[in-house]
Design a protein around this ligand. Structure first.
Ligand SMILES: Cc1cc2nc3c(=O)[nH]c(=O)nc-3n(C[C@H](O)[C@H](O)[C@H](O)COP(=O)(O)OP(=O)(O)OC[C@H]3O[C@@H](n4cnc5c(N)ncnc54)[C@H](O)[C@@H]3O)c2cc1C
Length: 372
């Protein structure tokens, strides 16, 4: 007998927001996750009194007022502002590329001087139709910014030479002619006090959750438990890779507890030269202005993806986009199954977009009568 209105595969942000909205409307939900914890990739856990972002740095930022108000129901946010540092060999720069960066690169002090310097470098390149990522980046920012801050980092991220990467990966490389190190332009930004897992816990209050449960290990039995399914896992896996596997980039995290109070003085430090194998080091306590006696750092290494590894970033090149479109067409005709989240929709989404998408799905799915 069917017991639940919804089986929700994935206790990440998407699944949790949908489960919360459905439960509010009187629907019964069973949420399953193959991991041993809730929260998906925004999961945080406490070590040495510090909230550790287990799957990489997560900074909440949005320009959507309604999403900001929504998420603030479940947490109090602090005033953290993301202002990353870039280390290139023994040099240190501010990110995003702004007047502080340009001053450190060339000693220029005014926007006019910085613009003239960059324009002179771009003109010298004389690239009209960029054929690859290297040419595209050089045409956008000139040689110095490209060589010190873009080339090595991008090569590490993609595991390929910039000359062998398509130009479309970099559409824009914003140059900011003010002394403003705030990475994001959104009006709302912060870190939830006490970590992200708390938000998911609150969203899932009153919802039945089963962890360590892989949908594919008990597909028929689990599907039979509910009238409808929301699937936030990999859409190609759902269809047994019938059109072929979609591609992803993966990451490897190395976390260390250090017996010192402050390792790098900033939450995020990017390593932009190719010789350093990791792309960044996160020092978690700085997300919450921590003063604990110890510190926890995580080195983030880009990695090729293969089945069994965590699929972090979809590769939205023409080949994979075409493949996804096939799965999407099939999914639209799938009776009783909804697909959501970064893996179900095969799209990189920030947390605010995930919330907006999950709320929009809930609004379409749950009828007016359900909601009143
Ligand atoms: C390194 C990194 C840094 C990021 N930084 C930011 C940031 O600073 N700011 C920001 O806004 N966003 C950031 N994001 C994006 C953010 O992580 C996502 O928006 C969010 O986690 C997506 O939530 P989701 O529910 O769609 O997916 P997930 O969090 O992946 O949740 C999906 C869940 O489904 C489960 N699942 C999958 N298959 C099955 C199965 N077969 N059976 C059972 N369970 C299954 C998984 O275990 C997982 O828990 C970052 C992402 C990455 C990778």
């Amino acid at each position: 007998m069917r017991k639940y209105d919804y089986l929700i595969v994935g206790a990440g942000l998407f699944g949790a927001v949908f489960a919360h909205e459905a439960t509010k409307c009187g629907k019964t939900c069973l949420v399953i996750d193959k991991r041993e914890h809730i929260g998906g990739n925004i999961y945080t856990e406490e070590t040495e009194g510090i909230q550790v972002h287990k799957y990489g740095a997560h900074i909440f930022h949005t320009s959507r007022k309604e999403v900001w108000e929504y998420v603030n129901q479940f947490a109090e946010f602090n005033h953290f502002v993301n202002a990353p540092i870039a280390v290139y060999k023994d040099e240190l720069y501010n990110l995003p590329f702004n007047m502080n960066t340009f001053h450190a690169l060339w000693g220029v002090k005014t926007p006019a001087q910085a613009k003239a310097k960059i324009q002179e470098q771009i003109a010298r390149m004389n690239i009209v139709h960029p054929k690859n990522l290297e040419e595209q980046a050089l045409a956008l920012v000139g040689q110095d910014v490209y060589e010190k801050l873009v080339e090595g980092y991008t090569r590490k991220q993609w595991g390929r030479e910039c000359k062998d990467l398509p130009a479309f990966i970099i559409k824009r490389l914003p140059l900011r002619y003010t002394y403003d190190n705030n990475y994001f332009k959104d009006p709302y930004q912060g870190i939830p006090k006490g970590g992200y897992t708390r938000i998911i816990k609150k969203l899932l209050e009153g919802v039945q959750v089963c962890l360590n449960t892989d949908f594919f290990a008990r597909r028929e039995e689990l599907t039979a438990k509910a009238d409808r399914v929301l699937f936030t896992g990999m859409i190609d896996e759902f269809y047994d890779y019938c059109y072929g596997p979609l591609e992803y980039r993966s990451l490897r995290f190395e976390t260390e507890v250090l017996d010192m109070s402050n390792y790098q003085g900033n939450a995020v430090v990017n390593y932009t030269d190719y010789e350093v194998p990791y792309t960044r080091i996160i020092e978690h306590k700085h997300f919450e202005f921590g003063v604990q006696p110890k510190t926890v750092i995580t080195r983030e290494y880009p990695a090729a993806w293969e089945q069994g590894k965590e699929p972090y970033y979809p590769v939205n090149d023409p080949k994979n986009s075409e493949l996804f479109a096939k799965y999407e067409r099939k999914a639209l005709k799938e009776p009783g199954v909804l697909f959501g989240g970064r893996l179900g929709m095969y799209r990189y989404m920030d947390m605010d977009e995930v919330i907006a998408e999950a709320l929009s799905m809930a609004e379409t799915e749950l009828t007016y009568e359900d909601r009143h």
